[in-house]
Write a protein that binds this ligand. Sequence first.
Ligand code: FRU
Length: 488
Amino acid sequence: MNEIDGIHTKYDKEIRIGAYDAIKQYKDIVNQDPYRLHYHLMPPVGLLNDPNGFVYYKGLYHLFYQWNPFATEHGAKFWGHFSSRDLVRWKEEQIALAPSSSFDKNGCYSGSAVVHDDQLYLFYTGNVRDEAGNRETYQCLAISEDGVDFVKKGPVIELPSGYTAHFRDPKVWKQDDKWYMVIGAQTEKETGTVVLYRSTDLCNWQYLSLISDEQEFGYMWECPDLFSLQNKDILLFSPQGIEPDGYRYNNIYQSGYFVGKLDYQEAYYEHGAFKELDRGFDFYAPQTTLDEKGRRLVFGWMGVPEENEQDHPTIESYWIHAMTIPRQLLLRGDKLYQQPVDELVNLRTELIEYRHVTMEDNQLELQKISGKSLELVVEVKEHTNKYFSVFLGKTTRITFDQENKVFTLERKSINGEELETRHCHLNKLSRLRIFLDTSSIEIFINDGEEVFTSRIFDDQENDTISFQSKGKTIVDVYKWKLSNVMNK
Ligand code: FRU
């Protein structure tokens, strides 16, 4: 692993300087973009994708992310880095990892973080293309004493037999005094799966087995994450190659989970059916961590690979994509609920409140219920209606069709003017909690039973909100303006 020293250290410095230059060069253009978000994490320039290394360490939350500073396209990824005391106000830290070594020269791809002996360990995939363009993959380690400066230790796992080079995204956790790692994989038969490794020292890893014998579920599973909630083991992952099935799997790639039980001795995972975690247009590669309060927290990438990336209006301002807001995961029965973390109430200002608003076959605007960066809570008190809608701006519409028990989000498509929809089945609508942020929307239905996450590129001048009811609906409405904590 001598590549880590000498010439590579020099090269590492050079490409970091290149990335900082790109930030400087485009900072003003990026920050003037009207679509820039107010309370979501975004790249300072270039492209952001997966959340990585989400961890609580020495009093701070750390969130790393896949980052291409040089273009609004995918490429040789860096690990960008944010830290926060409260999950609300974030500091941009120095670059954590740059693709500068022989084992990661085409990208420091996704991975995770754990704390051991007061040090922060990052595990990531070194993506390499050989001279003929063939993919090589190495699961690598980097260690930090302070959570800011990382020393690369090089590969700790090479590709085992039986798998193609689509083998990546290590997620590590501790169970009964041993370390475990799941890796997203493709078998030689070109089916997606997840493999399990074990270690006693975080450096030497023993291959155990693939943990799901699901045969026909896509060609690759990316970004696995295995954790327990209420005595059940949940495997969260992002499969590729799943065909749409009614209202399910409507994006190009999905993110979802199994609920089951992992037998750590036999390395066998028994689980139920796959469920999508989010039902909107833009949600992928979620990653969780257990924080010091015992909460299972999750960030997702508010985007999907390849999906209309070339048409995003922010590209002309030299940036693309963002993270979701941080959320807490809860398990109810065999279903994951997502709720915004409690700390986000600290963003609230200027409450506007209406109680017992009655609508009957009409459309209604409420004074001061408007804006582009806000939280809107709608408590449904009574509805004997056919449907109930909330319109946001010119082109975004949320509808609960009570007759057919279908919830719908409609938005203007990113690549044109036509409207497009995502749906889910829903028995009852009792509460909507909506986070709107300039060009994004996150809708939490009934305390997180279903969530729709999407970017929305609407007319920036139009910040109206209105409600419509076919039949009778009675609601309480609360709106807070949310502070801008991102624009510096
Ligand atoms: C998921 C993914 C990961 C990979 C990373 C590269 O979006 O394709 O599998 O590690 O992005 O940026």
